[in-house]
Design a binder for this molecule. Structure first.
Ligand code: HEM
Length: 378
């Protein structure tokens, strides 16, 4: 497999996924340490059967992600989810629209003054970071520090990763303490309030949740926005349609989510002996559930290899399924809609600069590109 190819549709190993769906839909990896599951129905079943497939990771009290909602099973998961959902209601998310529009507009103003523009560094990456910083109530003077943390959390340097978590824990504890005395209209104040009213969300959980939002929300949304730029550039007809009718953008983004799913795989652990397509999965074994393959399953999607912005229905699993269904899905949809709408309106002639080949980020779990040089106008 070659990851350094210039055409967007060759960056994801679609032929490999297809072969696996056909020949070995449920199979052990080479090292025989984990199962790989490739078919849509199986992926969906595993998401739904949290009684058979646990989300619990290695217990580690020091790692806020490992001890976060993402890694909990019921009943603890239900409790946490109920509490944090209160900070993510449709009303709260919809209320962010004008703010996100202003952020996207300001980033476009800035790009206009640059000689060289990178769609990733100058647009798709800062946008979700600024949005979440505003949601959390991070003061503007701390933004740079916040961005550095956010970048380090998804980087490959483990020492830096743990150092960041430490720094962020101290920082968020201070903010939480201030918000307790003087609540504001922000997410941390809401979480602290939930904490005090229900006395169920500990301070460590509030802080862990804030850190999780950065890890779960920033790079994923960045990759959705940059993949949309990539795919729209690759499909001139689709792009023309979207410019002529902005109302098509949300549906087109669902197709981006299907085609280039930002989260390609999730992990579960088998809790009870389970037979899947004739294979016996034993308790304690890990399972990689390949969302990226499920979303190209020909049993569910007609001509899955075709990027079709009018695809309807489009029951992709890019945000997962079941009890862990992405809490930030509506926020990611709103951010990416505004990002693409603003970009297409301001720079309808934008195109990718293919003078250098595109490179996929060094991750099997996430899909995204490392850089995205763009030319704003002809
Ligand atoms: C869970 C994908 C954006 C917060 C998930 C899961 C997926 C996912 C697949 C399920 C994980 C599992 O079942 O184990 C995505 C994608 C995004 C995105 C593709 C962007 C395009 C966001 C944003 C936020 C967020 C913007 C918040 C700011 C969360 C949280 C969970 C989650 C808190 C855990 C929910 C739970 O365990 O109950 N996401 N996500 N995500 N996501 Fe997202």
């Amino acid at each position: 497999m070659n990851w350094e190819i210039s055409a967007s549709n060759e960056l994801i190993p679609l032929p490999y996924f297809k072969e696996m769906r056909n020949s070995s839909p449920v199979s052990l990896n080479k090292e025989k340490t984990a199962w790989n599951v490739f078919k849509y129905e199986d992926v969906k079943t595993i998401f739904a059967r949290h009684d058979l497939f646990s989300s619990q990771g290695v217990e580690s009290v020091n790692d806020p992600i490992e001890s976060s909602i993402l890694r909990q099973d019921p009943p603890k998961h239900r409790q946490l989810r109920m509490l944090v959902s209160q900070a993510f209601t449709p009303r709260i998310i919809q209320g962010l629209e004008a703010k996100i529009e202003a952020i996207a507009g300001a980033l476009c103003d800035q790009m206009e003054t640059n000689a060289k523009v990178d769609g990733l560094q100058d647009y798709a990456s800062p946008l979700p970071i600024i949005v979440i910083a505003e949601m959390l109530g991070i003061p503007p003077e701390d933004r740079e520090r916040f961005k550095a943390w956010s970048d380090a959390l998804v980087g490959n340097d483990t020492d830096r990763y743990y150092q960041c978590q430490q720094e962020m824990s101290v920082y968020f504890s201070e903010i939480a303490a201030r918000r307790r005395v003087e609540p504001q209209e922000d997410l941390i104040s809401n979480l602290v309030r939930v904490n005090e009213e229900g006395a169920q969300l500990s301070d460590v959980e509030v802080i862990g949740f804030c850190i999780l939002l950065l890890v779960a929300g920033n790079e994923t949304t960045t990759n959705l926005i940059s993949s949309a730029m990539l795919l729209f550039d690759d499909h001139a007809d689709a792009k023309a349609h979207l410019i002529a009718d902005n109302a098509l953008i949300p549906q087109a983004l669902e197709e981006v989510l299907r085609y280039c799913s930002p989260v390609q795989t999730m992990i579960r652990t088998v809790t009870q002996t389970t037979i899947l397509r004739g294979q016996t999965l034993n308790p304690g074994q890990m399972v990689n559930i390949w969302i990226g393959s499920a979303n190209h399953d020909e049993d569910i999607f007609e001509h899955p290899e075709i990027f079709n912005i009018h695809r309807n229905p489009n029951p992709h699993l890019a945000f997962g399924h079941g009890i862990h269904y992405c809490l930030g899905a509506q926020l990611a949809r709103l951010e990416s809609k505004i990002a693409l709408q603003t970009l297409l309106r301001r720079f309808p002639d934008f195109r990718l600069d293919y003078s250098q080949p595109l490179e996929r980020i060094d991750s099997w779990i996430m899909f995204g590109v490392k850089q995205l040089p763009i030319i704003l106008r002809d």
